[in-house]
Design a protein around this ligand. Structure first.
Ligand SMILES: [Fe+2]
Ligand SMILES: [Fe+2]
Length: 350
């Protein structure tokens, strides 16, 4: 919608939403947009970016993004309440405004996370949303040097937040996300790997490397055609070959960024190596694979099995653990799988 149409006159959120046009199921990336959880917006504060709501168009019977608030204007408390009543939890913003949104969160994350009556659960949820917004900037296509630097700095900040409250990495299972978008997957891998590192008794610096490495392990996928990431169904062998480029692509992207540690780079490059030498990109054998990359390999496989994919429903955790043990122990290494299963049964997960 042209910006001037939103100004003055009757505004979309000034009246109750038409229930026949809401609850739209879509992938915002198809519209060049990303989701913003309403909880991250402060009532009556100026919107950092333009915000849209998807509504079904009566004419075309397809969803359309409608502007509900422009950058700079106050997002009224009334509007938030009306959206809540309509059970709308998110609004959307164009991907090319992701950087502005993230800069806004950089400024306000502290106050957001330290509000009174903030439970650990809520704080975890917010950190995850901030992390998703950060990854959106990356997977939305901002691969400039400056964009990457910001993404990495923020990934460090999110990981620092996750370790600042000991409770956040307990009961990890409760806060895992069940869809297999590249965002949710990256955040799950980050949290699972850190929880496992803590269970293992690793020093804090290694745990943080697991967190940043987990968050960025699939960064190379940002360079692959988007349809590959969201393709319903299994990939053809050609597509699979293309997909297998992502560890090296990620390494090449992150290698020039000074804030990326060697441990993190090794996670990104080697998280698809198998202990029996059948993995990629280098086909390394067990003892030659960097240890943290092996851990992320296990967590990555577990998250893929326990998330809903377009071609297979999520496996319950116990079945995924059995699959790791019975079918993947050769690839992942018996030693790690046994330890991971003990972690799954520990208070860090439950
Ligand atoms: Fe990967
Ligand atoms: Fe992955």
């Amino acid at each position: 919608m042209p910006a001037d149409k939103a100004k003055g006159g009757s505004r979309l959120l000034d009246r109750d939403l038409d229930h026949t046009r809401i609850k739209v199921d879509l992938d915002p990336a198809d519209f060049g947009m990303m989701a913003v959880m309403l909880e991250l917006l402060a009532a009556d504060a100026a919107c950092p970016v333009d915000l849209y709501l998807p509504l079904y168009s009566r004419q075309t019977k397809k969803p359309r993004m409608e502007l509900v608030a422009q950058a700079g204007e106050p997002f009224k408390a009334d509007w938030l309440q009306r959206l809540a009543r309509a059970e709308q939890t998110k609004v959307y913003t164009p991907l090319d405004q992701a950087e502005v949104l993230n800069a806004y969160f950089d400024q306000h994350a502290g106050e957001l996370l330290d509000r009174p009556n903030m439970t650990t659960r809520k704080r975890t949820k917010y950190i995850q949303e901030l992390a998703a917004a950060n990854l959106n900037a990356l997977f939305g296509g901002d691969l400039s040097r400056q964009g990457m630097e910001s993404t990495v700095t923020r990934a460090h900040e999110m990981v620092r937040q996750m370790t600042s409250d000991f409770q956040i990495l307990s009961n990890v299972a409760e806060v895992l996300r069940s869809d297999y978008s590249v965002y949710s997957h990256s955040i799950n891998v980050c949290m699972l790997a850190m929880g496992w590192g803590r269970f293992w008794g690793m020093p804090e610096s290694r745990i943080r490397a697991l967190g940043v490495g987990g968050m960025l392990h699939d960064a190379g996928k940002a360079k692959l055609p988007r349809y590959l990431l969201s393709k319903p169904g299994e990939l053809t062998s050609l597509e699979m070959a293309e997909m297998r480029r992502h560890p090296r692509l990620g390494y090449q992207m992150l290698q020039p960024i000074s804030a990326v540690s060697y441990d993190v780079l090794m996670i990104v490059l080697h998280h698809h190596e198998n202990a029996d030498g059948t993995g990629y990109p280098a086909g390394l054998q067990r003892d030659r694979i960097p240890h943290l990359a092996r851990l992320v390999r296990v967590v990555d496989a577990y998250d893929a099995m326990t998330s809903n994919r377009s071609f297979q429903p999520a496996l319950p955790p116990a079945e995924a653990a059995a699959t790791l043990l019975n079918q993947m122990a050769g690839q992942l290494g018996q030693d790690l799988v046994a330890n991971f299963i003990r972690f799954l049964a520990s208070p860090y997960m439950n």
